[in-house]
Design a protein around this ligand. Structure first.
Ligand SMILES: Cc1cc2nc3c(=O)[nH]c(=O)nc-3n(C[C@H](O)[C@H](O)[C@H](O)COP(=O)(O)OP(=O)(O)OC[C@H]3O[C@@H](n4cnc5c(N)ncnc54)[C@H](O)[C@@H]3O)c2cc1C
Length: 427
């Protein structure tokens, strides 16, 4: 395990490291017996997996992970914290496991990417050179999309769509809400991080209310016509939560046009909806660094070659996870981690001047409708005719009308999935 402090790192990266990386191609570096250098931005589901698996595929690759936070708090299972089932410690993971795999973990924020010079600049000064760069910064928010909801508003009306202090804030607001109060949740338009996430959040808040505030109501204002696993969620809500949840879609005045934080009111075309607690999840785009570095197109997301996830805009930079345009794969942690493994394998080849392989991907999204009531959706993906395609006949949804025992097993699988993927990435 090699540890470097910031000053040494900056000196290494800024002086000898950067100079030699710029002067030599990755192939030439390998020919001279120098380690190829891969830098990864973002230590979440995509980035941390890529960093770890690069080292596993080829321990000769020098891997540096740039991540500002000292530990990672997962969005998966953050709804269980909001619903009072788990503590924050359950969803917080240290980077010690990655260090043990020989990844140089640098706690700093990437502020810019010079694709020509192949270097990343850091918030605390200095920069670091690379042969290949993997970027997995997750999402940022379109703060200008809905009147009245910006970064400042999120300090009183949380989105809780990036786990951490926002998760704690929403949990505390729900705990403080009086019985008989109204909780309003407004999910965003597509595409967004974790399509079934709002349905799970509604469910686990309802589970909390059922036990602790049985007269409370949940109002869902959705700007879409339908949402992921809708039939399965609604079946669960009907059997577990009676009339507690009112769901309004776009055709039923579900689109929020203005947020009035002072009066805790969400305005729609035809109504004003006052809540005691509001969870407003704004529209999204690729993480800030992807925007700054010119990796995103007009859609706000990053176009990539779907075989290697190399940016279609800047060569030698691979964008994975939520930030990338990887449809038909959903923006999920499982997708990000799967893409990261495929890209780590491709990059391990590319830095040695070898051709990348043909990837295959898989995604499963479990959701908890209650602690012992799980549902899931799964799909396998192939790469064909230059793009990612669904494998016909693979995957599918949990069946409707399934038994309590079936849903109990799915809830157990959900917990097993979470523990397994956390261990795989940060363990
Ligand atoms: C409520 C909720 C529930 C969810 N449940 C599930 C689930 O059950 N299953 C599932 O598969 N997915 C789930 N997801 C989705 C999952 O969280 C995301 O799809 C996943 O985190 C995407 O991985 P990523 O690597 O793209 O981004 P992230 O995991 O968010 O990682 C991004 C990292 O980049 C870092 N970063 C950002 N900018 C910079 C910078 N400039 N310099 C350095 N580092 C930077 C951030 O600090 C962060 O650590 C859920 C999401 C939500 C909101």
């Amino acid at each position: 395990m090699r540890k470097i402090d910031r000053r040494t790192f900056t000196k290494m990266a800024g002086a000898a490291g950067v100079a030699s990386a710029f002067a030599l191609s990755a192939g030439a570096r390998v020919a001279l017996g120098k380690s190829p250098r891969v830098v990864v931005i973002g230590g979440g589901f995509g980035g941390a997996t890529a960093a770890k698996y690069l080292r596993r595929f080829d321990a000769g690759i020098d891997v540096t992970l740039i991540e500002p936070e000292s530990a990672f708090v997962t969005c998966p299972f953050s709804n269980t914290v909001i619903g009072g089932l788990n503590s924050m410690a359950r969803i917080t993971h240290s980077y010690d496991g990655l260090r043990a795999h020989g990844v140089n973990v640098v706690h700093d924020r990437a502020t810019g990417i010079d694709a020509g010079k192949r270097s990343v600049s850091l918030a605390n000064g200095g920069d670091v050179g690379y042969d290949r760069l993997i970027v997995s910064p997750g999402i940022s928010f379109r703060w200008d999309a809905i009147e009245g909801y910006g970064a400042a508003t999120s300090q009183t009306i949380p989105h809780a769509w990036q786990a951490g202090p926002q998760t704690v804030m929403l949990r505390q607001q729900l705990e403080a809400m009086p019985d008989g109060g109204v909780f309003i949740i407004s999910p965003p338009v597509n595409p967004f991080r974790c399509p079934p996430g709002p349905g799970e959040r509604i469910s686990l808040v309802a589970n909390y209310f059922k036990k602790h505030k049985p007269r409370a109501k949940i109002l869902v204002l959705d700007p879409k016509e339908k949402f992921s696993k809708q039939g399965l969620f609604k079946e669960g809500w009907a059997s577990l939560y009676g009339g507690m949840i009112e769901y309004r879609n776009a055709s039923n005045d579900g689109t929020v046009t203005r947020v009035d934080a002072a009066n805790m009111t969400l305005h729609t075309d035809f109504g004003e909806n006052k809540g005691d607690v509001i969870n407003f999840i704004p529209p999204q785009k690729a993480g800030e660094i992807a925007q700054t570095a010119g990796l995103a197109n007009d859609s706000g997301w990053c176009p990539v070659n779907q075989q290697t996830f190399e940016s279609s805009i800047h060569p030698n930079i691979h964008v994975i996870g939520d930030a990338s345009i990887a449809s038909p794969m959903p923006k999920s942690g499982f997708s990000a981690s799967n893409q990261a493994k495929a890209v780590a394998a491709a990059v391990a080849n590319l830095v040695k001047g070898e051709a990348p392989g043909t990837p295959k991907f898989v995604n499963t999204c479990y959701s908890l409708v209650a602690p012992d009531y799980g549902i899931s959706v799964a799909m396998v993906y192939d790469f064909a005719d230059g793009k990612i395609v669904k494998v016909k006949g693979s995957g599918g949804l949990s069946p409707s009308g399934a038994s309590a025992e079936f849903h109990k097993s799915e809830a157990r699988f959900a917990r097993g999935w979470y523990d397994a993927i956390s261990q795989d990435i940060w363990g």
